[in-house]
Design a protein. Structure first.
Lengths: 157, 785, 190
């Protein structure tokens, strides 16, 4: 590697020190260098939202960021939201409502909607539909995803 | 059997891994020493290659090799024909031309691969691709379906004497005689275009040749791992046991992932064996538009002969179908169109002439619906137009024409895509249709709501379309079920999974047979090491064909369990019960044995296994239906159009589905929601824009518009009817494509109705805000002149 | 894709005609031009760096002048290839002699694009093409003005070098203006 950058970044609570090629996309850095393959890549042009991760708590398209841009910052991926034995309530709700089929887009929805639900604990269906419109899904037709968010909001109350 | 699991809304066993980022997709495969491939793809749709200059690319550090067709030498071969033309029809013209691994001499569609770069990282490989200079001699591109058959037109394949890929005619009864008796003959020309499947996961393949073990490991995002394994082994001169293909979790298929022997699937195995290192290629989204198959145009001229009450006496049709630069998938799509051009109706006279043409565009292979939407579109449009012109009630006309329950099985006497006679196995259409009318509140809308809303200046309309879907075709699928010493069940089937929930719905079938919990059944799909025979996931057949194989295998294991338990417990089988993973004597429940213990006993370490029996509690069974199962449905929608922006809002969408027995109603709903979302995209938002040079003008998600949640209906109701399929034990019919099939026809009806005052006649699909604007303004100009 | 429009120059048709045949002037008028050479009679070879939205790269190709009717009209055929894709176009140019030392240049043509340019840049190509042309006209206006001034003052004409970054920001501004333009607004600001 001719050009390198020494990156320090906290991902899902763990701090990594990594040497990266500066033009490495954040999505590739997370997946290939850190082995966190839960974040998926759908388009690499910022439209589909499947690659969404949280940067200091806010959802961002990881395909539109270069790894050095998250230096000294905090990133949360879907792996940081819950585990198989201890799923996040939204993950449980997704399962309950059959909000995933192939599961490829699901991490993008989860990372987008977890902070959204925290800020909007009592949403209307219309508001949920708009929030869900940040990520593309080709399998579910979104109906069950909206149901899952409704369910999660209800369960939290 | 009292323990019922089939038909329940069981939560999916595959979900926890998918939800927590722990599921393996092809893109996640990361092997030591792995190389990355990137492809030089043609900018031109039709061009001769004069030279390829790789000198600058070769200099880039990290580039391991750059290869062209010449480098492949004798290993260079086009892909195999996947589906032959129907042997059961006469006078079929079929010119088989298949895609090539790397282009030799002439490019036939934009995106065809000219060279492959292999490098240490994907980034370096793509850098190198940029430095490769190809000198082209551009040729005129063949893009117009009608003009391309004119004598003297540029040819896609120079060894043929025209651009005709195929031609056949199908007949039923005597159309001319029917026409002579008709009170009304209607004739129209239709232009139908489909689009890309655009699964969220693009394609990808990782190959790993182990020289010491002489074994090829392949991860491939495919819907048909077993045929891929067979074909790859043959191409590479290997035995089938030397190749293992795994389709791990696949992020959506929708058809194009069952296209086999894509160029990349032919090039990568060759590379790994040559370089002795694993090689990975993951398609990016832009590549997907060029490198993955899609469905495209049909031009149809349709004539319908009717009685004055609106009874369809006959249909005559000519179809020109665009297969793109090659036709590996045979005539599947247009044969499906023909099978659906009579809709759910009792049509006794039908003649249909099909011409398939080559063009300099990407290969056409099935995308969800696979030609069925086109058939339903034209028959429903013709009926809608006939009702308008003959002043008949559209609901009454459907009722008049539906195939009646006592007419099943209904033999349409034409050949379908499975090469058998098109037979509709069962159905009861009227109640489902009535239910849709009721749930959509059709009468109330027409009589009260619409006039009221129109008075407020709104353009709001209603559409209601019945349709059939041929599903569950052969040739066969298989399943293996086994009880493990732990008492848990392992199973395998050859149909890959791209989100259809096979791991749960098939587990439900097994759980019910063996009286165990669904979570205790572990089903593998898509791994050629687990089951040797199978075809793949396509044509809405997974539940029917694989599901019934699973049932047969599970049921056989159940027999073995009871037979063995009967011996062990010294009790006749009739007095045994199977419950909660245990076999018990009916009145003496303490006298029991677990499935696990039985499995151990069935595989003794010493002693003898009885001659004529097999060790273990395992069974492999196959299911091959003589003909498919015909599902039925009705979709209705209430649609509002903004007359200035031409943007639409779907206020209500109702579906009534009859797919026979449902394995898991939650899964069926999801399939319908998803199918409808693709149908809406196909009807109003998605279109692949090719220009006259065969250039794709919207090869990105910024311009190829997939719908978000905000474009879905505000209210979406799914209802079910159940006319069980008579030819399979589960009584089930497929439903994977149903959602997408009637939507364009429903849109056309609803839009015409919403814009009734403009007297619009819609004979094309897809539409879009721009397209609708053009149609309305052309109509205004017509009206003025 | 259609490309058409008109522009009024302060000069005679002959002056305008010669301007468009001057490779140095043309190279200056189209920033990003790395090379513009007359290789044969009426055939120019050019290498130009083009940016259309996210797609950028060098195009090399040929420009052919035909159907010449000095100084009233000619046809221009362009064909270029590069990493971003390819383009070819044919256009007719008419120079109308207006009174008072002015010429109206009318042009209309068809441009076809392919490769990455088409796939990703198609929506922007229209706007960028118009922007390139309008900026070129601005520069040519300046050249003509300088020529006129120099003739008056009896000296050689001196041309200001146009900056590529100015050019790119001007194109970007045009693109944004176009996106924000409401459909009922008519015409450019010229």
């Amino acid at each position: 590697m001719e050009n390198t950058f020494e990156l320090s970044v906290t991902v899902n609570g763990k701090t990594y020190q990594e040497v990266v090629d500066p033009r490495t996309l954040l999505s590739d850095f997370l997946r290939d260098q850190l082995g966190l393959t839960g974040t998926h890549v759908g388009c690499e042009h910022g439209v589909c939202g499947v690659c969404t991760v949280l940067l200091n708590g806010d959802p961002v398209r990881s395909c539109l960021l270069f790894a050095p841009q998250v230096h000294d910052q905090e990133v949360t991926t879907v792996e940081g939201l819950g585990t198989i034995d201890d799923m996040h309530p939204l993950q449980e709700a997704f399962r309950e409502a059959h909000a995933l089929q192939c599961g490829f887009c699901t991490p993008g929805f989860l990372t987008t909607l977890v902070p959204w639900l925290e800020e909007n604990p009592d949403p209307t269906e219309e508001q949920i539909r708009v929030a869900v419109s940040s990520v593309l899904c080709r399998c579910t037709g979104y109906q069950h995803i909206i149901d899952a968010v409704k369910l999660a909001a209800e369960n939290a109350r | 059997m009292t323990y019922k699991v089939i038909g329940k809304r069981v939560k999916r066993v595959e979900d926890p891994r998918l939800l927590t980022g722990g599921a393996l997709f092809v893109g996640d495969v990361n092997l030591p020493d792995m190389l990355h491939a990137a492809f030089v793809r043609s900018d031109y749709a039709h061009a001769k290659i004069k030279s390829i200059d790789i000198s600058q690319a070769e200099e880039i550090p990290g580039v391991v090799g750059i290869f062209t067709a010449e480098d492949m030498g004798e290993d260079w071969k086009p892909g195999p024909p996947l589906v032959s033309p129907p042997p059961t029809l006469e006078d079929v013209v079929f010119n088989s031309r298949r895609q090539v691994p790397l282009v030799k001499d002439k490019v036939k569609h934009a995106g065809e691969i000219i060279a492959v770069v292999v490098a240490e990282t994907r980034y370096i490989a793509e850098d190198a691709v940029e430095e490769i200079f190809v000198d082209y001699e551009p040729l005129p591109a063949v893009t117009d379906l009608e003009k391309c058959l004119e004598p003297g037109h540029t040819l896609v394949h120079d060894d043929l004497d025209s651009n005709l890929a195929a031609h056949l005619v199908q007949h039923k009864g005597d159309y001319q005689a029917a026409k002579a008796e008709a009170d009304y003959v209607l004739k129209r020309k239709f232009k139908l275009d489909r689009g890309a499947a655009a699964a969220m996961e693009n394609r990808g393949i990782v190959v790993d040749w182990d020289q010491k073990n002489q074994h090829l490991m392949v991860w491939d995002a495919t819907q048909s791992p077993i045929p891929i394994r067979n074909g790859m082994a043959e191409r590479l001169g290997l035995r089938t046991h030397q190749v293992r293909v795994v389709a791990p979790f696949v992020g959506g298929g929708f058809g194009p992932k069952i296209m086999m022997f894509y160029a990349e699937e032919m090039v990568l195995p060759w590379l790994t064996m040559k370089l002795n290192r694993p090689v990975k290629w993951i398609e990016d989204r832009k590549e997907n538009f060029y490198a993955t198959t899609q469905e495209r145009e049909q031009i149809q001229e349709v004539e319908m002969a009717l009685s004055k009450e609106g009874r369809i006496l006959g249909i005559k049709q000519s179809i020109i179908h665009d297969t793109g630069a090659y036709d590996p998938y045979g005539l599947t799509i247009p044969l499906n169109t023909q099978s659906h051009s009579m809709g759910p109706y009792d049509v006794k006279n039908y003649t249909s002439e099909l011409s398939v043409v080559f063009t300099n565009k990407i290969i056409t292979t099935p995308v969800r619906g696979a030609g069925r939407p086109q058939g339903i579109y034209i028959v429903e449009r013709m009926l809608d137009i006939a009702c308008r012109e003959m002043d008949l009630n559209p609901l009454e006309v459907r009722r008049l024409n539906f195939i009646q329950p006592d007419q099943f099985p209904y033999d349409h006497e034409i050949i379908d895509q499975a090469f058998t006679n098109l037979v509709f196995d069962s159905g009861n259409y009227q109640p489902a249709y009535d239910k849709a009318v009721e749930k959509l509140e059709y009468e109330r809308f027409i009589k009260e709501e619409q006039p009221r809303l129109r008075a407020e200046g709104k353009y709001i309309g209603i559409g209601l379309v019945p349709f059939i879907e041929t599903t569950g075709v052969g040739p066969y699928e298989g399943a293996r079920v086994a009880v493990e010493p732990s008492g848990k069940i392992s199973a395998a089937t050859g149909v890959g999974t791209q989100g259809q929930s096979h791991m749960t719905s098939f587990a439900q079938i097994i759980a019910e047979q063996l009286s165990v919990e669904v979570e205790d059944v572990s089903l593998v799909s898509g791994d050629t090491a687990e089951i040797h025979w199978g075809t793949g996931t396509f044509a809405s057949r997974g539940a029917v064909v694989a599901g019934n194989a699973v049932l047969a295998a599970a049921s056989d294991v159940r027999s073995k369990v009871l037979k063995l338990a009967s011996k062990v417990l010294e009790t006749p089988e009739e007095e045994l019960e199977l419950e909660g993973g245990l076999v018990r004597v009916a009145d003496i429940p303490e006298n029991s044995i677990s499935l696990g213990e039985l499995a151990v006993l069935a595989n003794p370490f010493r002693g003898a296994v009885e001659p004529g029996t097999e060790p273990g509690l395992e069974s492999t069974k196959y299911f091959g239906p003589a003909y498919g199962a015909t599902a039925f449905g009705v979709h209705g929608m209430i649609l509002e159009v903004d007359p200035e922006t031409m943007m639409i809002k779907i206020h209500k969408y109702v579906t009534v589905e009859d797919c026979g027995t449902m394995l898991n109603p939650m899964v069926v709903e999801g399939q319908i929601h998803g199918g409808v979302s693709m149908g809406i995209g196909n009807a109003y938002y998605e279109k692949l824009h090719y220009d006259e040079n065969g250039q794709l003008m919207n090869a990105s998600l910024a311009d190829y518009l997939l719908i978000f949640s905000t474009e879905m209906p505000e209210i979406f109701e799914v209802y079910h009817e159940n006319t069980p399929a008579p030819n399979n034990k589960l009584g089930t019919k497929g439903v994977g494509e149903a959602g997408a099939i009637p939507v364009p026809a429903a849109f056309a009806q609803a839009l015409e109705n919403a814009l009734e005052e403009f007297d619009l006649e819609i004979t094309e699909t897809p539409l879009s805000p721009n397209q609708l604007y053009e149609l309305l303004h052309a109509k205004e100009e017509d009206n003025e002149s | 894709m259609k490309v058409e429009g008109e522009h009024i120059f302060n000069g005679t048709p002959g002056q305008v005609w010669d301007l468009f045949r001057d490779t140095e002037v043309m190279a200056a008028a189209l920033p990003g031009t790395k090379k513009m050479e007359l290789i044969e009679e009426n055939t120019y070879e050019a290498v130009m760096f083009v940016r259309v939205g996210p797609v950028a790269g060098e195009f090399s190709g040929q420009l052919l002048i035909s159907n010449e009717d000095y100084p009233r009209q000619y046809t221009m055929t362009v064909e270029g290839r590069g990493k971003p894709g390819f383009m070819k176009g044919v256009g007719d140019v008419t120079l109308v002699d207006l009174d008072g030392n002015q010429t109206r240049m009318e042009y209309q043509g068809e441009v076809q694009i392919g490769g990455r340019l088409a796939a990703v840049g198609q929506r922007l190509v229209d706007t960028v093409a118009k922007s390139i042309i309008s900026q070129a006209f601005e520069i040519l206006d300046q050249v003509l003005a300088e020529q006129a001034k120099a003739a008056e003052e009896g000296r050689e004409a001196v041309y200001k070098e146009s900056s590529e970054s100015d050019y790119i920001s001007a194109v970007a501004k045009d693109v944004i203006k176009n996106i924000l333009k409401r459909p009922d607004n008519d015409g450019d600001e010229e």
